[in-house]
Design a protein around this ligand. Structure first.
Ligand code: T1G
Ligand code: NAD
Length: 647
């Protein structure tokens, strides 16, 4: 069947794009739309055209898979112009998402209407590019420069109601979109139509506007190039004639499309979409998940419970006693209240989230749970005791999961009846925010249980990555290696603050030493001490010396840095310099890019080892772990991509 079809409804035509899954603008869709404009312009029985899409969404954009290939005409900018120039006016009827080139096609239409749940956006900066078919030029003419800057430099889609307020769409159509759009079109054709978007005037803001916008956009971009380039395009659109602005946008688009950043962001885009549905589980049906239990309501347990509630799942929360349960519920309330005060959640929604949590100290409350996630203290004895309780209280087919960071899941599951339903689900802190979920099967874990882990990730909107069993799984293992390399640099004489600054310059929000001061140096220290107590040789680290001197990070007023009371601003520490002086070789001159290169190379080298051992399946998985669990700059693609390991 054709990807673009024409039907007639009296004197109106309905042009339907049907190119699953997301109606991307492949060459055949562009050609089909072009032909439709030609056919309908030549049809004397037709007065207007409604453009609508089949399936789950309006046109979601250019076909990203075509980016590396030679362009095939008709080119999208020409198509948008062709639709705008049609003798019979086109009306876009939007459902799902009109994104990127999809929204640009809608910009070529004379009028835009949308279904209630629809959203529109120009997400190109997320792919390291700018809109390439007049988005930066037509949007300011349609909705003003400020709205265009917000939409294009953030790349965030807006919902129909907000799009209507911003002037991006003309009307919201309740009920059946096709019928509503046809009725709207009939009425609109009775009066003079609004001017085509490209001929509408645009008001150029003053220099102060651009200075402020540049500062704000640069800060949010954290090193990504596209948002600032998009801003330049919008400025050109506001100040130069139409043709010049269109040419400038096209050139910027072509420049960026071939850039390293765009290649990295495209690789991340496809890796993220592949992650939730791994090929080896294609034919495996996950267990249904309707009731979930969480044991332990500390930092992680409360965060996991919040994530489950955000996805609409009822949660039973188990603690060891009433006081601990009260503390846990208090933490959980704090998470939802925080979302309310940041404007992310209404007070009613927060109350509803909390009402869906049942607290208990008796495991009998878990009798009906489909899945229970354990998040108690990181001690093998405590965890084993919890799983013994779960074995007694839960259904024999309930999936039982541990959130352990470092313990061997096989040891935790020892003696568990039906061990095929056991699995590691490693969330990251804060668990309701961080997107990464490491999924760790044991040799006994059944494919259904594994598939259920991935199904859970999909429900929670997480990025799941399967990891094999080793100390620290994928992410913490790489973190450990990177931290050791950072300490090695300090031993060679690189100042602590230079290491952190190098990683911030690279694109991380924080350097490795600042991050340890924030999280606390004691956790890793205790783990090393545990290993030493168990008879393993663990050489003394610089971090050990600091912890023994009482410097555990911000919470003790100092770690790698000093902190003034009440301040989070790191200050170089004379005390640290003195403690570490005997171990520092001298002073080496390494510039910041060289420092970052060295640490990224170490991360990638650990990635190689992890792949060789089969702990991770692909380099892309490792990159997803670093981007979604450890703040690796997305536009660099991850350590494996950045070091050329992804072909
Ligand atoms: N091109 C090709 N494939 C795409 C695609 C695209 N634009 N968008 C999605 N897919 C595939 C995706 O890989 C997956 O494939 C399947 O569709 C379902 O996606 C000139 C330069 C529309 C909100 O950035 O945001 O236009 O894994 O799992 O959750 O200015 O897809 O099934 O094989 O995400 O329902 C701008 C990106 C392009 C939109 C639907 N557009 N897509 O979400 O499904 S640049 C975008 C999305 C551009 C012009 C330019 C989402 C969605 P598979 P999914 P979903
Ligand atoms: P936490 O100390 O904040 O919370 C642990 C909670 O478990 C406490 O509320 C405690 O009362 C409860 N608890 C202890 N024994 C229990 C029992 N027998 N029955 C019921 N509840 C019990 O610890 P956390 O930071 O939330 O870590 C929990 C687990 O998550 C650990 O295995 C840890 O390694 C792992 N983890 C932590 C992080 C992190 O960043 N904090 C990240 C990933 C994984």
């Amino acid at each position: 069947m054709s990807v673009v079809r024409i039907e007639r409804d009296g004197d109106l035509a309905v042009v339907t794009v049907d190119n699953p899954p997301v109606n991307a603008l492949s060459a055949s869709v562009r050609q089909g739309l072009w032909d439709a404009a030609e056919t309908l312009d030549a049809d004397p029985g037709i007065r207007g055209v409604v453009l609508i899409c089949a399936g789950r969404t309006f046109i979601a954009g250019a076909d990203v898979t075509e980016f590396g290939k030679p362009p095939v005409p008709p080119h999208l900018p020409d198509l948008v112009n062709r639709i705008e120039a049609a003798a019979k006016p086109w009306i876009a009827a939007i459902h799902g998402s009109a994104l990127g080139g999809g929204f640009e096609v809608a910009l070529g239409c004379r009028v835009r209407v949308a279904a209630e749940g629809a959203s529109v956006g120009l997400p190109e900066v997320n792919l390291g590019i700018v809109p390439g078919a007049s988005g930066t030029v037509r949007t300011p003419r349609l909705a003003g420069v400020a709205a265009a800057v917000e939409l294009i430099t953030t790349g965030k889609p807006v919902k129909a109601a907000k799009a209507r307020e911003m002037g991006l769409i003309d009307a919201i159509v309740p009920g059946d979109l096709r019928a509503g759009a046809l009725a709207f079109a009939r009425q609109a054709l009775e009066a003079p139509l609004p001017a085509p978007v490209s001929v509408r005037p645009v008001t150029a803001p003053d220099e102060g506007f651009w200075t402020e916008a540049r500062g704000r956009v640069a800060k949010a971009a954290k090193g990504a190039a596209a948002p600032l380039r998009a801003l330049e395009c919008i400025r050109k659109a506001a100040e130069a004639p139409l043709a010049e602005a269109l040419a400038f946008e096209r050139q910027t688009f072509l420049d960026l499309r071939g850039s390293d950043q765009s290649a990295a962001l495209r690789a991340v885009f496809f890796a993220e979409r592949a992650a939730p549905r791994p090929a080896h589980l294609k034919d495996v049906t996950p267990r249904p998940l309707t009731r979930v239990g969480v044991v332990g309501a500390g930092t992680m347990g409360a965060g996991i419970a919040a994530a489950l509630r955000d996805a609409g799942l009822p949660v039973t929360l188990i603690e060891r006693d009433a006081a601990a349960l009260e503390r846990g519920l208090h933490t959980l309330r704090g998470i939802f209240d925080g979302a309310v005060s940041r404007g992310r959640l209404t007070a009613e929604a927060a109350a509803d989230r909390l009402a869906g949590v049942t607290g208990a100290t008796d495991y009998a409350a878990l009798a009906e749970a489909d899945l229970v996630i354990e998040a108690v203290f990181e001690e093998i004895g405590v965890k084993r005791a919890v799983f013994a309780e779960l074995a007694r209280a839960c259904r024999p087919d309930a999936v039982l999961a541990t959130n352990t960071s470092y313990l061997d899941p096989r040891a935790i599951a020892e003696g568990l009846p039906n061990p095929d339903r056991f699995i590691g689900l490693h969330f990251f802190s804060p668990a309701n925010v961080m997107k990464l979920l490491e999924i760790v099967p044991t040799p006994d874990t059944s494919p259904e249980t594994l598939a259920t882990g991935f199904a859970l990730a999909r429900m929670l909107g997480k990025v799941p990555v399967q990891a094999g069993i080793c100390e620290g799984f994928i992410g913490n293992r790489i973190l450990k290696r990177m931290r050791a390399a950072a300490e090695a640099l300090v031993r060679e004489g690189v100042p602590i603050a230079e290491v952190d600054a190098a990683m911030r310059d690279y694109g991380f929000a924080m350097g490795p030493f600042e991050a340890q001061d924030l999280g606390g140096l004691d956790i890793a220290y205790l783990q090393r001490e545990g290993a030493r107590a168990a008879g393993r040789t663990v050489p003394e680290t610089l971090g050990d010396i600091l912890v023994r001197a009482g410097r555990k990070g911000q919470k003790t007023g100092g770690g790698w840095y000093d902190y003034a009371p009440g301040s989070r601003a790191p200050m170089a520490s004379a005390a640290v310099a003195k403690l570490l002086a005997p171990l520092i070789a001298g002073k080496v001159a390494l510039d910041r890019p060289a420092i970052a290169d060295r640490l990224i190379a170490e991360m990638a080298a650990e990635g190689d080892t992890i792949l060789a051992e089969g702990i991770a399946a692909t380099p892309a998985d490792i990159d997803l772990v670093e981007i979604h669990g450890y703040g690796f700059p997305r536009w660099r693609g991850g350590p494996m991509f950045a070091t050329g390991r992804r072909g």
